[in-house]
Design a protein around this ligand. Sequence first.
Ligand SMILES: C[S@@+](CC[C@H](N)C(=O)[O-])C[C@H]1O[C@@H](n2cnc3c(N)ncnc32)[C@H](O)[C@@H]1O
Length: 271
Amino acid sequence: MPDSPQWVLTLARRILPSWHPLFVYGWRGKLIKEDEASGHQLISPWMVTPQMATAWQRPEIPSRQALVVDSELAALRTGQPPRVYQVAAEAVRAAGYAGERVVELGCASGYYSEALERLLGRPVDYLGLDYSEPLLRQGRRRYPHRPFLLGDTCALPLRDGAAPIVISGCVLLHVPRYADAIRETARVSSQWAIFHKTPVVKDGPTLTFRKLAYGVPVVEYVFGERHLLELFAGCGLTVEAAYPIGPYALPGVDRAASVVTYLCRRSPCGS
Ligand SMILES: C[S@@+](CC[C@H](N)C(=O)[O-])C[C@H]1O[C@@H](n2cnc3c(N)ncnc32)[C@H](O)[C@@H]1O
């Protein structure tokens, strides 16, 4: 079947590198669809488009994300919290949480405020920040008593040392200027920075992927762990604990990846 996208895709995968533009921009719009199933496509860093970096601001994301989040929240509310919520709470607990302000960067609709409060068993003074107005609108609807702030994690509208605990909430991986995002996270934290749900490979360089988040193409970085820890150290962040969340399957890549939450202690930059 020479006209079949499947046939073309199989042949193309044999003869072209996985980052070839054909796999990104599609062939008659059909190869892209085929790739939805596998999700990740390894690409070169120069292939990241501005649209991929701002994709999370798209208005169709909140309702699609709610379908996933609502089932996680239902599990949380019936005493079966997903591991990602448990790990976030464990990291906040390990930071000695005693009711101080917690800022979550990349908060989406703020559901971690509910997860933290339930799992820590105490009120949490939570502030959520995101660059997506539609996601924040959903957050304000769902948690009207919570403060939410519109902002970019690379240029935070917060003062130095604004909060003792700052959670970078699974956002670093979607930010082309991730080094700036780490610097800003460190700047606004007075004691602890938690980099939640960070995909890493043990050896080698940081990899760049295009993937679909709720059907929308986004950039995703899978960090070379050594590279990531160097970036942390350069911003005065010392890793105190690393919580493994699970292995991370990357189709077409023969390196083992995993998702990790890092709890970092903040010290003055350069010290
Ligand atoms: C994978 S979701 C994580 C949501 C939630 N924190 C969690 O862990 O489930 C990434 C979030 O980061 C936000 N985001 C992406 N790039 C951002 C940026 N440059 N500044 C602020 N938020 C950003 C997205 O809008 C989205 O809500």
